[in-house]
Design a protein. Structure first.
Length: 248
């Protein structure tokens, strides 16, 4: 699909390269070189995706993402030279939907953009039509509230609670938890979860799933370093415990 994409990158050569690759995909691309301009352009619309560098003058990418998430759900792909787990999780906590660490392949960036646009173009979450009592042909995701112990996922309202408190998630995190909560106790491989998030695309890695899992644990686990809900099944993937008990 073709989209209106804003690229915020303070390096002119890098910005031109990204613009060239995205325009080859048929997208309309607007390039800005500082954070304030990125926020203004995203607000002006009709922006369908923002490619956002973290390190920019005037206003950095983290502040842009923080401000934008108060008023918009436009997908954000964050570009960063910071490679520590804490830096990456901070960006996702602020509402980024995906990230790429520098240096990156322009082809991978195009694939990430394609995946985010696919995800953003379908309704989240799927549910029963309001004017129909007929259930959908496919059983997943099922309508109604999904539960696993003290964790609830409400696809109709797009809400998550853990121990009775609301949990704020990015669309990718919500979708991952929704898939796991639909079948508590079932082990999903990283590849299966990645397909649920983005569809099959050979340029996207399973690191995306791992990052969402780490971020979700910080939000839904009493002790994120000793998870009892979102569990790792070593050598296979992840599962959501039916009734949390003990640490993984």
């Amino acid at each position: 699909m073709c989209a209106h994409v804003v690229v915020a990158e303070d390096d002119p050569k890098q910005a031109d390269l990204v613009r060239l690759y995205l325009e080859r995909e048929g997208h309309h691309v607007v390039v800005v070189h500082d954070g304030r301009s990125a926020l203004e352009e995203a607000r002006r619309g009709p922006t369908q995706l923002l490619v956002l560098d973290v390190m920019m003058p005037v206003m950095d990418g983290l502040d842009v993402c923080r401000a934008l998430r108060v008023e918009s759900a436009v997908p954000v792909l964050m570009l960063t030279a910071r490679t520590t787990e804490e830096d990456l999780l901070l960006g996702l906590d602020l509402g980024a939907d995906d990230y790429l660490t520098k240096p990156y392949s322009p082809r991978e960036l195009v694939a990430r953009v394609r995946a985010l646009l696919r995800r953003g173009s379908r309704p989240l979450p799927q549910s029963l039509p309001l004017d129909s009592a007929t259930p959908p042909a496919t059983p997943a995701p099922p309508p109604g509230v999904l539960t696993a112990g003290a964790l609830t996922v409400d696809p109709l309202r797009h809400e998550i609670t853990a121990d009775g408190r609301p949990v704020s998630c990015t669309p990718g995190e919500f979708r991952l938890l929704e898939v796991l909560a639909a079948q508590p106790g079932r082990v999903f491989t990283r590849a299966q979860l990645l397909e649920q998030l983005h569809g099959i695309d050979r340029y996207i890695t399973t690191r995306t799933v791992d990052t969402h899992v780490m971020n979700l644990r910080r939000k839904i686990e009493p002790q994120p370093r000793r998870p009892t809900r979102l569990l790792t099944v070593y050598g296979i993937g992840y599962k959501l415990a039916e009734e949390p008990h003990g640490a993984s």
